[in-house]
Design a protein around this ligand. Structure first.
Ligand code: GCB
Length: 644
């Protein structure tokens, strides 16, 4: 057995991400077991004036039901819209979740060689986690996973009962991502004493709760902590470069098998760093660019080590797509071929569930994307669930992966504290999604106040950091600033621009769209000679509201806006426009405001996923664009190798 030396480990640590560890998606294998903790949890919102009663009374010390009344709360889900209590809908502060779980005896008996890990897919916004009353971790930020090794606590405690308590705070500050602020209303003639509201400058409801699955999983004590792959191809050979990070011991051996979909081994490797050569590789292609999109290989990593005189093995299998991404001054190339983004912007949003993961909604949305002929989306305005990203990899849906840098409108959002946090969020996002073939570009923000002077150094730093962690993907942020005053644009690889002509400007004047859009593109291109994506455009539309000639908010008006934009896209895509992403895929909930009618209505589908007239306009267009590349119509089916 080829034992690796401490030097190799050192080398790997140097090349690993700044967070110094991995965040592999929890998968079962011959060496790993998994227990999902989804379902009903006990829940209490702390309505005390300072929201600190739970800490003062140490609610984590004993079962939550013993410190006061609890209600049932589903996980994953947002807590906001599940009860009839309007105060819980708009609650800001600490809420408490608790779940009691029985652990299998096998997890506790072989303590020397079993790690038990608690992993939260995402919880919004700040989490503190206790197991059996002992704090095991805390994490800042929604939308991204975090975990804690809880072996010592559960293995040392009598019995197999494990009580998990999570305190969660949805308060946003000028330094969080996204930012927000608490405003205290002190005029007692208008507001009760102590009255406050949470203000944000982004256009979606600040749903909170445990939004993604919580799981317990095991690994052996010497384990595969992280895998990083990058891919390339030339002629008829493909290359999968890998790095494996092992923890628990410096003496181990690693063997790797790269399998094709049917299970046949196509390349093998040994050791923590290496290259696997694939003869006649099946490349990962976007949906509608190839008759077999989203082709995935499976990298099976097997670790062997001696633990207590016995052989211990860990096995982890990572899906891998072989593809390349390049940007020129006017094109976006996937596998060397020009790729045109014809897609959507989405939200994780649904009535009742809020931002909680819901498989039925996920499947419906992918079926609608397929129906629409969309080949891509942007994860506006935060990282989406890993389960969604898995389907993008498998279906060939191309993703612009956005971090929660949204609503950064004030100078105080560009200070050192915000910057330091922004860098950590990018590290966490890349750590999670770096191996995904569907992710072709990182977006570090949406519509920040990039004309403010501190934005120059801010975005220079965030983008340089992103590229330093992942040199293989282009980086952008989405701008609505004036092209001549945008201090962040010099650092991006692709210009992404949002505009709402004849909506927020020249309301109702469809006739100015073409001229203004043309000017927008020309200005940006002359200034930067970089390819441009129209990253948002659209119009609010109340389904069922009709007016012809078109008037704002009618289905006819939404169709008309789209058609005006499309005629300019058709000219400019022959030059340097490389994509169009409609705002939005579906209607979604926002804060209450005089411009929002039970939320934002710019969806081409309603919130219940029924098409408005504009959906058919877009469908005709997207299929026309797809047919230009002469490709067959594949059906989106899961290509995962059985068992993964
Ligand atoms: C935008 C924002 C998006 C909003 C949209 C709108 O520019 O990026 O978050 O929802 O406009 O409808 O106003």
């Amino acid at each position: 057995m080829a034992l690796c030396c401490a030097l190799c480990l050192l080398l790997l640590c140097c090349q690993a991400l700044a967070l110094g560890g991995g965040m592999l998606y929890p998968r079962e294998s011959a060496s790993r077991e998994l227990k999902e903790l989804n379902g009903l949890w006990s829940f209490r919102a702390d309505f005390s004036a300072q929201r600190d009663k739970g800490f003062v009374q140490q609610w984590y010390r004993k079962p939550l039901r013993q410190s006061g009344p609890v209600i049932d709360m589903p996980v994953p889900a947002s807590f906001n819209e599940l009860t009839q209590d309007p105060n819980l809908r708009q609650y800001t502060g600490w809420v408490w979740y608790e779940k009691e779980v029985l652990l299998p005896r096998s997890w506790l008996l072989n303590a020397l060689n079993t790690r038990v890990v608690l992993r939260v897919g995402s919880a919004h916004y700040y989490s503190i986690v206790w197991v059996n009353g002992v704090q095991v971790t805390e994490h800042e930020g929604g939308h991204l996973p975090f975990e804690a090794d809880i072996s010592r606590i559960v293995q040392g405690s009598p019995g197999a009962l494990c009580r998990i308590t999570i305190a969660l705070n949805n308060t946003l500050t000028p330094q969080t991502l996204p930012p927000g602020s608490i405003q205290f209303m002190t005029d007692e003639s208008k507001y009760p004493r102590g009255y406050f509201v949470q203000n944000t400058k982004f256009d979606f409801f600040n749903y909170a709760g445990i939004h993604r699955p919580v799981v317990l999983y095991t690994t052996p004590s010497v384990y595969i902590d992280d895998i990083t792959v990058t891919t390339a191809w030339a002629g008829n050979s493909g290359m999968v470069r890998y790095q494996v990070l092992v923890r628990g011991n410096t003496r181990y051996s690693l063997s790797l098998n790269l399998r094709e979909k049917e299970g046949k081994v196509v390349a093998t490797g040994e050791g923590p760093i290496g290259e696997l050569k694939v003869v006649e590789p099946k490349l990962w292609w976007p949906y509608l660019m190839h008759e077999n999109p989203g082709y995935l290989y499976y990298l099976e990593v097997k670790l062997s080590a001696q633990v207590g005189g016995e052989l211990s093995e860990d096995v982890y299998t990572l899906p891998v797509g072989i593809r390349t991404v390049h940007v020129t001054s006017s094109q976006f190339l996937i596998n060397g071929k020009p790729f045109y983004f014809h897609g959507v912007n989405k939200h994780e949003d649904a009535d009742i569930r809020g931002k909680g993961l819901d498989w039925s909604l996920i499947v419906k949305d992918f079926n609608l994307l397929q129906w629409l002929g969309a080949n891509s989306f942007r994860t506006s305005h935060y990282p989406y669930a890993e389960e969604i990203m898995d389907l993008c990899d498998a279906y060939g849906i191309v993703v612009i992966d956005e971090c929660p840098g949204v609503g950064m409108k004030d100078p105080e959002n560009f200070g050192n504290k915000s910057l330091a946090h922004h860098l950590v969020v990018m590290e966490e996002l890349i750590r999670r999604d770096k191996n995904r073939p569907s992710v072709v570009m990182w977006s570090v923000a949406n519509e920040p106040a990039s004309e403010l002077s501190p934005a120059a150094n801010y975005f220079k730093t965030v983008i340089a950091h992103t590229k330093a962690i992942d040199p293989t993907r282009p980086v952008t942020f989405v701008s609505n600033a004036n092209y001549a005053r945008d201090h962040g644009a010099p650092y991006v690889d692709v210009i992404c621009v949002n505009s709402y002509f004849s909506w927020y400007h020249d309301a109702g004047h469809l006739e100015v769209i073409q001229l203004q859009l043309n000017t927008q593109f020309e200005n940006w291109y002359k200034a930067y000679q970089k390819p441009i994506i129209q990253s948002e455009y659209g119009a609010d539309t109340i389904a069922g509201l009709h007016n012809d000639p078109p008037l704002m908010f009618s289905e006819e008006y939404q169709k008309a806006v789209l058609k005006e934009y499309h005629s300019v896209f058709d000219k400019k895509r022959k030059e340097y426009v490389i994509g169009e992403l409609i705002w939005n895929f579906a209607d979604f909930m926002t804060d209450q405001a005089t411009t929002r009618v039970l939320g934002n209505k710019k969806g081409i589908f309603t919130r219940q996923r029924q098409p408005k007239a504009a959906a058919f306009v877009l469908r005709d267009r997207y299929w026309k664009l797809a047919n230009e590349s002469n490709c067959l119509r594949p059906t989106l089916t899961l290509q995962f190798m059985s068992g993964y």
